[in-house]
Design a protein around this ligand. Structure first.
Ligand code: ATP
Length: 250
C-alpha cells in the first residue's frame, strides 16, 4: 500500500475538522475527494502534506515511513507533494524559478536530474516552455494551474495531492488538466484529487470518497459513485426537481 491512514483526527483552532478517518491509497490510483465547502477536504490534503499536525492517528507511507506529525519538509522528501488550493505560486518569479523551487529539496542531491525533470514538465505542458521567463502572475489561470502542477511534479513525488485544480477555470482547460492527470497515472503517479467539480473528478478517478463534516460519508469506485443517487443530486446537479416541476406545470 502506498499510503495508509488510521484513526486520523485533526483540529483547526478549536474545531475538530477531521474525525477518525481511515483509508488506504494504492500505487497508481487516482482517488477523488468530494464534499461540500467546509467538509475538511483541504484540511485532509494539508495534513497529509504535513501542514497540520494530527491530534490522533497515524499516516504511513509505503508501509514503513511514519509521516504522522512530521513537518512539510520531511514529507516532501519522503515523496508527497501538494499542489495547493489557489495555486500559491510566487507571482513575481518566472515560470522557470517557480519550477526550480518545486525541486528545492533535490537541488543539492539530484541536481543533475533537474534538466530532465524540467523537460518532462515542459513536455506535459508545452505552453509553459514558451513562457519560461515570464513572471508567473502574467500567465492565464489555466497556465498558472499547470505551473502549480509542474512545480509539484518537480519534487518527484510518489504521491501528488491536488487541491481543487479546476477552480475558476474554463471547461476546456479543466478537461485538459484532467486529461493530464490521467496521463500522469499511466506513468505510474498516484494522485489524491480534491475537487468541487465532481463530474470532472469522477471521470478520471479510480475511487472516490465523499467527505461530510470530517468523516468519509461515502466511498466506492468512481463508477459506483457516479451512479449513486445522493452523489448525483448533491454533487452532480442531476436534480429531478425541475423535471417534476415541469411535468406539474405542463
Ligand atoms: P472548501 O471547499 O471551502 O475549501 P474544505 O472541504 O476544503 O472546504 P477546509 O478548508 O478543510 O474545508 O475547512 C474545514 C473546516 O475547518 C471549516 O469549517 C473551516 O471553517 C475550518 N477552518 C479552516 N481553516 C481554519 C483555521 N485556520 N482556523 C479555524 N478553522 C478553520
Amino acid at each position: 500500500m502506498l499510503l495508509s491512514v488510521k484513526d486520523l483526527s485533526v483540529y483547526r483552532g478549536h474545531i475538530r475538522v477531521l474525525n477518525n478517518l481511515e483509508f488506504t491509497v494504492g500505487e497508481g490510483e487516482i482517488v477523488a475527494v468530494l464534499g461540500a465547502n467546509g467538509a475538511g477536504k483541504s484540511t485532509l490534503v494539508g495534513t497529509l502534506a504535513g501542514l497540520y499536525p494530527p491530534a490522533t492517528g497515524e499516516i504511513i507511507l509505503q508501509d514503513r515511513v511514519v509521516l504522522t506529525g512530521k513537518p512539510p519538509e520531511f514529507v516532501v522528501r519522503a515523496g508527497i507533494s501538494l499542489v495547493p488550493e489557489h495555486r500559491q505560486l510566487f507571482g513575481g518569479l518566472s515560470v522557470y524559478d517557480n519550477l526550480i523551487l518545486g525541486s528545492y529539496h533535490r537541488y543539492r542531491r539530484d541536481r543533475k536530474e533537474l534538466p530532465e525533470a524540467l523537460e518532462n514538465v515542459f513536455c506535459l505542458f508545452p505552453a509553459l516552455r514558451e513562457k519560461k521567463n515570464k513572471p508567473a502572475q502574467t500567465l492565464s489561470g489555466g497556465l498558472q494551474q499547470m505551473l502549480a502542477i509542474g512545480r509539484g511534479l518537480m519534487a518527484d513525488p510518489r504521491l501528488l495531492l491536488l487541491d481543487e485544480p479546476s477552480m475558476g477555470l474554463a471547461p476546456l482547460v479543466v478537461r485538459e488538466i484532467m486529461t493530464t492527470l490521467s496521463h500522469l497515472r499511466t506513468k505510474g503517479h498516484t494522485i489524491i484529487l480534491v475537487e468541487q467539480n465532481a463530474r470532472a473528478a469522477l471521470r478520471i478517478a479510480d475511487r472516490a470518497w465523499v467527505l461530510e463534516r470530517g468523516r468519509i460519508a461515502l466511498s466506492g469506485s468512481a463508477a459506483e459513485l457516479l451512479q449513486d443517487t445522493r452523489v448525483q443530486t448533491v454533487y452532480l446537479g442531476n436534480s429531478r426537481g425541475w423535471s417534476r416541476c415541469n411535468q406539474t406545470n405542463g
